[in-house]
Design a protein around this ligand. Structure first.
Ligand code: MN
Length: 487
């Protein structure tokens, strides 16, 4: 194996950078190939806006003696974020009450009826992965006499809620925008309390939130994932130890989809899934008990997989022809089990290499949509650009959702199709090629580039007229001929 010339920088991290791996980086990131592969430690205190406001609010709260109501999104990113906030803030001596939406009954956003009994005048409402579009919820909390700081990474749509502070990287642009919601809260809190920087429990939670939320494997996310690779997991306890042990090839080369298969989908979403108990699980120090719970979650997830594959084949047959002509999947289903819409949309997107919008009906004729993007298509931007047709819509580039009332499916379909026709991007990108080669190299030469995930895909090479994509398993690596992206 050949190594690159300037050894000291290239040896940072897991392994040496091979000559061929370096060529891949140079073709992807001509300006700064090494830092894009393994960036140096970020200065979190300058990474995000309004951190000074949160610092001030926390100091004032300590003086007046109120509590923190930590309100997060009910997905992996939100719940790992709640875990991070709870751990740091309780560790700093604050009283913390956690709150997350009930997926079955709650609408999206900060809901006064959920906060009513918890949030008192003088308390601090702190959100994670959540709240940047909750105008009425924030108004309610401010009127009640609480202080409000939003931390979120979702797309900002005006009017913004009247919070006292808004820590959202969307105000800045990349690389801050790559962070998952849990990392936004982490970055803000470790700027204020630096002794929590790179704590193993927090890095475990961040890595799960980051991979599950499908944010790009770029820049600061690569730094955080590399720090997670370096932790000694034998020091972790209970649920966190189980989660880290189930991380495939954590210290070697892994991909986001391997982790989503082995961890995210075992926790799952919806009925009988582990999402409702994930926070307790992460806080549970009893290893034997957590192993038992994990076994049960695995069994439940296998059952969900059966249900999913049935719905998947139904959805594939019902793809809208006109949407297909625009390079998108659009599917309407009368019924989808709770929490399965997003998983179904992800699966269709992966298998068809097309963006997917799945619409289903809920009680009182309400229509709910789950959408996943592919390639160049900004899904949240697309939905938000449709304006007031939705009761609420939001998310980020790769994953978004909406709900609407008082409109029939036929009319919503027309509106979606006409917007698709004019949306100015190519939703079906060309598969990437990093190098053109005469002979297929040993794919192991590229393992040093891992981990691979969104926007940092496994290398693909072209030999003759064929494209070969690097295919990583837990203990194997090979080339295979495909037009797939490898995401
Ligand atoms: Mn998120």
């Amino acid at each position: 194996m050949r190594f690159s010339e300037d050894a000291p920088t290239s040896q940072r991290g897991r392994c040496r950078l091979t000559h061929l791996a370096r060529k891949v980086l140079e073709s992807r990131f001509p300006n700064n190939p090494l830092d894009e592969w393994l960036p140096p430690a970020p200065d979190w205190s300058h990474a995000l806006p309004d951190i000074d406001i949160l610092k001030h609010e926390l100091a004032a709260l300590r003086k007046r003696g109120g509590k923190i109501v930590l309100y997060g999104h009910d997905d992996m990113d939100g719940i790992t974020g709640i875990y991070i906030g709870q751990r740091i803030l309780e560790g700093e001596g604050y009283r913390v009450v956690t709150l997350m939406p009930r997926r079955v009954t709650d609408d999206y956003g900060l809901l006064p009826q959920r906060m009513e009994e918890l949030l008192l005048p003088g308390d601090l409402l702190l959100t994670v992965d959540y709240g940047c579009s909750s105008v009425s919820g924030v108004e309610w909390a401010v009127e009640r006499g609480a202080r409000v700081v939003i931390t979120d990474h979702h797309t900002l749509n005006h009017p913004l809620p009247p919070a006292h502070g808004m820590i959202n990287p969307q105000r800045l642009g990349p690389p801050a925008t790559y962070l998952a919601g849990c990392s936004v809260l982490y970055a803000a809190l470790v700027s204020i309390y630096p002794r929590w920087i790179n704590q193993p429990e927090l890095l475990t939670a961040i890595s799960i939130g980051t991979v599950s939320d499908r944010v790009p494997f770029l820049s600061w996310n690569r730094y955080l994932l590399e720090e997670f690779r370096k932790i000694d997991i034998s020091k972790l306890k209970g649920g966190l130890a189980v989660l880290a042990e189930n991380w495939p090839a954590r210290e070697r080369a892994w991909t986001g989809s391997m982790v989503r298969h082995a961890v995210t989908s075992v926790v799952g979403k919806g009925e009988d899934s582990g999402i409702d108990i994930l926070l307790d699980f992460m806080n549970d120090d009893n290893y034997a008990q957590c192993l038992k719970i994990w076994k049960r979650l695995k069994k439940n997830s296998r059952q969900r997989t059966h249900v999913l594959s049935e719905i998947f084949s139904r959805a594939m047959q019902r793809r809208d022809d006109q949407a297909s002509a625009y390079g998108m999947n659009l599917v309407y289903l009368d019924y989808i089990p709770d929490g399965m819409g997003g998983t179904l949309a992800s699966k269709m997107t992966r298998i068809t290499s097309r963006g997917t919008i799945i619409v289903s009906r809920r009680e009182h004729g309400k229509l709910v949509g789950e959408a996943r993007s592919y390639g160049d298509w900004d899904m949240a931007g697309f939905l938000v650009s449709m304006g007031s047709i939705f009761k609420n819509a939001g998310g980020h580039r790769m994953a978004a959702g909406f709900s609407c009332e008082g409109i029939a499916w036929g009319e919503l379909r027309e509106q979606l199709l006409s917007k698709m026709a004019e949306y100015p991007v190519d939703p079906v990108p060309m598969p990437h090629i990093d190098l053109v080669v005469d002979e297929l190299p040993d794919p192991a030469e590229f393992l040093c580039l891992a981990p691979f995930g969104g926007k940092f895909l496994p290398p693909a090479v072209k030999k003759g007229t064929m494209r070969y994509l690097m295919n990583i398993g837990e203990n194997s690596v090979s080339w295979f001929i495909t037009e797939e992206s490898g995401d």
